[in-house]
Design a protein around this ligand. Structure first.
Ligand code: GLN
Length: 395
């Protein structure tokens, strides 16, 4: 049948399918070790699983209140007060969502008009590009430079202008592992205030960090009223498939975000919200152990990558490591990643997925270390073959 017009809306043309999830599929085809998509292969804490079972047994099967089960909103309000001294009203300032992925897109849909500019530091988490395209936002990219991966202050200041609606701040950062310092965050906060812009923060890795404290930008002076803080249970409790995330924002912003959220999803899974509420009572000792365990995994993978001839940047937070692959002599990162999973049997994510222009990530690959030591050791054995196999391929 002839199609006389395009059936797909133009907004779908501005982005491609997720490369992260494509690598997971490719990994399955080759039977490789998946160090591409960031999901743990170890169990979630017993407490959260028991709480989920109790909630289902108690027949908590119907819609929760659209902006979140009261128990979860109460638990979040006390968690943010305890950990960060934030005053969060559970009735007007919290929205629970289907993961922080939904949180980000619902937030942007609620605050951005087509043509508004959103500042994004790059490398950036793959989703922010499509999120901007879906909302009709114009992303303005500012590079993180040098081995320190920090932004140039003049360059960031120049990125803000009359059309700037928001900046997305992801700390600890995926994919770079940067944890922004207080000084850096204060500089961003001042720009937001000067230009009447909103800070939209993605803090999903807040409890996975190896240096310094986590500083929510909402705790900086003058920022509570112009910050949308996004986080979730996925990474903290190793439940990425549960899809429980949340948004903390001032009441007026929350009201707009809640409307979008309601009509897009109605709400996050009701029994799982109860389970996350229970898990939040694990508190600091749990978070400390989480970071400690991830540090061990980080050091294992970073060491293996160094020995295998990659040039990894050891992250300060989150569970990814970016590596330079220049020495393996491939034309680009996509060719390398496809070869690596097929020939060496380890999947990573081509670096270009995290940049606005593919050439910026041409010599980069990202691996995740949210895996058991056993699997990371097996990956290490395979990765040790990279150089030899790459040389054979070249002959
Ligand atoms: N955040 C994870 C990553 O970057 C998972 C992405 C996803 O598939 N939602 O790998």
């Amino acid at each position: 049948m002839a199609v006389s017009r395009s059936w797909l809306a133009r907004r779908t043309e501005g982005f491609t399918e997720s490369v992260i999830r494509e690598m997971t599929r490719l990994n399955a085809v080759h039977g490789g070790i998946n160090l591409a998509q960031g999901f743990p292969d170890f169990p979630a804490p017993a407490e959260i699983k028991e709480a989920a079972k109790r909630a289902i047994d108690a027949d908590i099967n119907q819609y929760a209140i659209t902006w979140g089960a009261p128990a979860l909103r109460m638990a979040l309000a006390s968690t943010y007060a305890d950990l960060y001294g934030m005053k969060v009203d559970p009735d007007t300032m919290i929205t629970t969502t289907c993961g922080s992925t939904e949180a980000m897109v619902s937030t942007l849909l609620a605050i951005v008009d087509p043509g508004d500019e959103v500042v994004v530091l790059e490398p950036f988490y793959e989703n922010y590009g499509p999120d901007a395209a879906i909302c009709g936002a114009t992303p303005v990219f500012v590079p993180l430079r040098g081995p320190e991966l920090t932004f140039d202050r003049d360059e960031l200041a120049r990125a803000f202008g009359p059309r700037t609606k928001a900046i997305i701040v992801n700390t600890p950062n995926n994919p770079s592992g940067r944890v922004f310092t207080r000084d850096e965050l204060v500089f961003i906060a001042e720009l937001c205030q000067k230009h009447d812009a909103i800070a939209v923060t993605d803090e999903i890795y807040e409890h996975i960090k190896y240096t310094g404290p986590h500083i929510p930008i909402a705790t900086l002076e003058g920022m509570a009223e112009r910050t949308v803080t996004i986080s979730g249970a996925s990474k903290t409790f190793s439940v990425t498939g549960w899809r429980v995330g949340w948004i903390i924002a001032p009441p007026a912003l929350s009201a707009g975000i809640r409307k979008v959220h309601d009509f897009v999803t109605v709400g996050a899974p009701a029994p799982l919200q109860e389970a996350v509420a229970a898990a939040l009572s694990l508190g600091r000792p749990y978070y400390d152990k989480l970071s400690h365990d991830y540090r061990v995994r980080r050091d294992l993978l970073v060491g293996a990558l160094e020995r295998a001839g990659f040039t990894p940047r050891s992250p300060e937070g989150a569970y990814y490591v970016l590596c330079d692959i220049g020495r393996f002599g491939f034309p680009d990162d996509v060719a390398f990643a496809r070869w690596l999973v097929a020939d060496v049997g380890v999947a990573g994510v081509p670096g270009s997925s995290f940049f606005s222009r593919p050439e910026l990530g041409r010599t980069t690959i990202r691996f995740t270390f949210c895996k058991t030591a056993a699997l990371l050791n097996e990956a290490a054995e395979r990765l040790a073959e990279t150089e030899t196999r790459a040389r054979k391929r070249a002959v």
